[in-house]
Design a protein around this ligand. Sequence first.
Ligand SMILES: CC(C)(COP(=O)(O)OP(=O)(O)OC[C@H]1O[C@@H](n2cnc3c(N)ncnc32)[C@H](O)[C@@H]1OP(=O)(O)O)[C@@H](O)C(=O)NCCC(=O)NCCS
Length: 148
Amino acid sequence: MPDASYREMERWDLPVLLEMSRENMAPIILSSWGVDLRDEEILRAILEPSSYTEVAESEGEIIGYYSVEMGEGRAFINSIQVKRGYQNRGLGRAMMERIERRARSAGIGIIDLWVQLTNRQAKEFYRHRGYRTMSRQGNNYLMRKQLF
Ligand SMILES: CC(C)(COP(=O)(O)OP(=O)(O)OC[C@H]1O[C@@H](n2cnc3c(N)ncnc32)[C@H](O)[C@@H]1OP(=O)(O)O)[C@@H](O)C(=O)NCCC(=O)NCCS
């Protein structure tokens, strides 16, 4: 597991987060929807006023981030990304644990997220963290974890 420290995103991190998201997600969006991933869509989720975005850094480099919206009794994970080359080493799990802790301490018992049908790696990852498929909308599944 890479030694990571966490901090809230600053606006000047955006180009790095966009590049990481594009690198990870563009092939998935293309295979799932047949369209190119647009930066505006990534930005809209991250910059949503009710979103909280945290970056994970190692040796001064951003190696992952997540963006989560905390609503009434329900949290929604807008995005979770681990930089290529750092995946499958426990960072995603550590960020999911941080999201859960944040939700619990806000008294939130449900965490929802969308995952693309073709994103098998992420679907398995969420399933192993206790997320269950609730419904399908277009080329996405809604997955949910009930914390309490
Ligand atoms: C999906 C994603 C966020 C998962 O993060 P990750 O850091 O790669 O995942 P982790 O390493 O935490 O966990 C992956 C597996 O490795 C295992 N693992 C954890 N620590 C490990 C370690 N030190 N060494 C080896 N394997 C380890 C985990 O147990 C996990 O297996 P499990 O799911 O069977 O429990 C990441 O792969 C990613 O960014 N993918 C591309 C973007 C994406 O699809 N995002 C989701 C959009 S919906």
